[in-house]
Design a protein around this ligand. Structure first.
Ligand SMILES: [Zn+2]
Length: 210
């Protein structure tokens, strides 16, 4: 795969560790080892980053890992695995960050769905803005929310003829499920830096599919 220049932008070790554990969960150890090799990240084989908040995992490495899925499994297979790994990463630990933000508390759980979304989605964005260099914002656009990742680790330094930030979609879907108390929501990437966009933008429908 193409070599990606380091970005100088970072996830905290703990988020990188959670993502690697999530990938291992969906692909098995051998699948993850293969992806780390293709991504040029052999140093992380059986050696995940520590579970601390030091910002040391470069966005270029996160992007390379996601690119490796496409290289190994093809665009369709890679897409499915990235979606599942994104979901698993939220379920495995990112929601603990959400708990810090008060989402999921007893007082939060009794709110009506529109209020849950209005509070919970910006809370998710804030977690990334606060703990990593992934500055993220949310706008309420009436029928939908627009979630913007201003510096996107999923596609950093890659180019594509389509939107490719599937790990982010999976993460958002699982986050929405947790915020809403079990709902499945349609999330669509409408603009992607890899495909020539200015930012990576995601459209979140307010009405759950189920
Ligand atoms: Zn992106």
């Amino acid at each position: 795969m193409q070599k990606i220049e380091k970005s100088g932008l970072y996830y905290p070790n703990r988020i990188a560790r959670i993502y690697l554990e999530a990938m291992e969960e969906v692909m098995g150890r051998n699948g993850l080892v293969a992806a780390l090799r293709v991504a040029g990240l052999e140093e992380f084989i059986d050696n995940y980053p520590p579970a601390n908040l030091d910002r040391e995992f470069d966005f270029a490495d996160y992007s390379a890992l996601n690119g490796a899925l496409d290289d190994i499994y093809g665009p369709r297979g890679g897409r499915g695995l990235a979606l599942r790994a994104g979901r698993a990463s939220f379920a495995r630990g990112l929601r603990d960050f959400g708990a810090l933000a008060g989402v999921g508390s007893a007082a939060f759980r009794v709110l009506p769905l529109p209020a849950k979304l209005k509070i919970g989605i910006p809370a998710m964005a804030k977690i990334f803005s606060q703990f990593s260099d992934q500055y993220s914002t949310v706008e309420d656009a009436g029928e939908e929310f627009v979630y913007t990742i201003h510096k996107c680790p999923v596609c950093w330094g890659r180019t594509a003829d389509r939107t490719i930030c599937f790990a982010a979609i999976g993460l958002l879907q699982e986050g929405l499920k947790w915020v809403s108390g079990g709902g499945e929501f349609r999330v669509e990437e409408t603009e992607c830096v890899a495909a020539g966009g200015e930012r990576c933008k995601f459209r979140i429908e307010k009405t759950p599919l189920r």
